[in-house]
Design a protein around this ligand. Structure first.
Ligand code: HEC
Ligand code: HEC
Ligand code: HEC
Length: 106
């Protein structure tokens, strides 16, 4: 029983620290499924650009603070959804003509 408590406490500790470290303002998420090259999503770049967490972490966009829960497609982006809510040439650079600002071949 006591051991189980200790293990639980350790697990919670790791989880809490894990979340703290995973905050994308200081972190880069890698999307590696596109044949166009990987996309590095830099939380710091977005924070520095003045974008607030809830502008992305809301029901219509990326509800979960967890990678891999929403599938991003170019169809969505071109249609002004997901990354395309901003990457439309208004708030941030448009997708069309700027493939290489998101997709890096390395
Ligand atoms: C410009 C959009 C955007 C902003 C702003 C943003 N995030 Fe995220 N965040 C994402 C995306 C996209 C994911 C991946 C979601 C998915 O794949 O379902 C993510 C994932 C996460 C994750 C999980 C990381 C992992 O390794 O699984 C955490 C934690 C998180 N965000 C916290 C935050 C916090 C805290 C803020 C504000 C400081 C923030 N995010 C601001 C887009 C954003
Ligand atoms: C809420 C608005 C918003 C959303 C949503 C958003 N971005 Fe951004 N993004 C910005 C702003 C603002 C900048 C900085 C200004 C600029 O470069 O046009 C930026 C910059 C970037 C850059 C830096 C490019 C460079 O050349 O420096 C990349 C890469 C990027 N975003 C990828 C993404 C990806 C991938 C997603 C979706 C997972 C996403 N963004 C969602 C607003 C957003
Ligand atoms: C704002 C960032 C951004 C820009 C600009 C961008 N993409 Fe993407 N693209 C993504 C993200 C994020 C994914 C999802 C990758 C993954 O899930 O691993 C993606 C996926 C893709 C895919 C595979 C999935 C699909 O929907 O077909 C292709 C092909 C692709 N991009 C081509 C392009 C081309 C061509 C351009 C320029 C006209 C472009 N992308 C510009 C962010 C971007």
């Amino acid at each position: 029983m006591r051991i189980r408590l200790i293990v639980t406490a350790m697990f919670l500790g790791v989880t809490v620290c894990g979340v703290a470290l995973a905050v994308p303002s200081g972190k880069t998420l890698t999307f590696s499924e596109s044949p166009m090259g990987k996309v590095y999503f830099d939380g710091q770049v977005h924070k520095d650009a003045g974008v607030k967490c809830m502008e992305c972490h809301n029901d219509g966009m990326f509800p979960k603070m967890k990678q891999g829960t929403v599938k991003v497609t170019m169809e969505d982006i071109y249609a002004g959804r997901l990354c395309g809510v901003c990457h439309n040439g208004q708030r941030a650079f448009a997708a069309v003509g700027n493939c290489g600002r998101c997709h890096i071949r390395d």
